[in-house]
Design a binder for this molecule. Structure first.
Ligand code: BTN
Length: 248
């Protein structure tokens, strides 16, 4: 299906807007906003979203096979974003499991997938993407994690400014292709490309949930996108959700 774009000066959250209207909107509906008053990140965080600086957008899609069909999809979305940035000339973009886009080990872009409907059957999926393009000084103070933006990376790499419109179009084109093919391809098709960009691969890491901390060596991801953690007691598979990876 073609993408249908809506560009708004201000919205609470592009994800919330598509989630609220998921039953009425066509597959391929895209909401792009210049500013979000309640931008959301993973694990209950706020996504700092100042006016006309960065990219905030979401894409609506439908899947018939429920959550099982979507395994690993958020990792593949990361590959699309990294590929788009690279095709516009930027280098050094890496992916941190499960779905952060980094450069210099600092956050460059975030991905938030949300589902509604039948988790075992027909469901709506909203893929939300936030890319720090040219963060304002004023907003920077509100960000509670190490971050970087496209403009400063481009400058350091001796590139001309990267256009926000071009970057948006490039990511959306890649996402549309990913979403239309994912139920047939699955994550196996994307695994190698994800691994080629993996941050902390082969390194000691810790995985944090609200209640526990697991240590080991990050040795890759399997064909479902689960993280393979090696430790003295053997290999463990860690599934996404509310887990966060740190170097240790
Ligand atoms: C994260 O890394 O925590 C995910 C951040 C996702 C932010 C984007 S911005 C567009 C879309 N709308 C939201 O409210 N969140 C996502």
């Amino acid at each position: 299906p073609p993408l249908t774009l809506e560009v708004l000066p201000l919205v609470d959250s592009t994800n919330s807007r598509l989630m609220a209207a998921a039953d009425r909107l066509p597959v391929g509906a895209v909401c792009i906003a210049e500013q979000q008053s309640a931008g959301r990140g993973r694990r209950g965080r706020t996504w700092v979203s100042p006016f006309a600086r960065n990219l905030y957008f979401s894409v609506l899609w439908r899947f018939d096979g429920g959550a099982a069909e979507l395994e690993g999809l958020s990792l593949a979305v990361g590959v699309c974003i990294a590929d788009a940035l690279e095709s516009l000339g930027l280098s050094g973009v890496t992916l941190k499991w499960p779905n952060d886009v980094l450069a210099d080990n600092k956050k460059l872009a975030g991905i938030l997938l949300e589902m509604s409907g039948d988790p075992a059957g027909a469901c709506h999926l909203v893929v939300g993407v936030g890319i720090n393009v040219e963060m304002s000084q004023a907003s920077a103070a509100e960000i509670d994690q190490p971050w970087v933006d496209v403009a400063s990376l481009a400058q350091r790499q001796g590139l001309a400014q990267i256009s926000r419109n071009e970057l948006c179009a490039c990511v959306l084109t890649k996402l549309a292709a990913l979403l239309s093919q994912y139920s047939a391809q699955g994550f196996a098709h994307w695994r190698e490309r994800w691994m080629a960009r993996a941050a902390f691969l082969g390194e000691p890491v810790k995985l944090l949930t609200a209640t526990q901390e697991t240590h080991g060596t990050f040795i890759g991801v399997d064909n479902s996108g689960a993280l393979r953690l090696a430790s003295a007691t053997g290999e463990q598979l860690i599934y996404g959700g509310e887990v966060s990876l740190r170097s240790s």
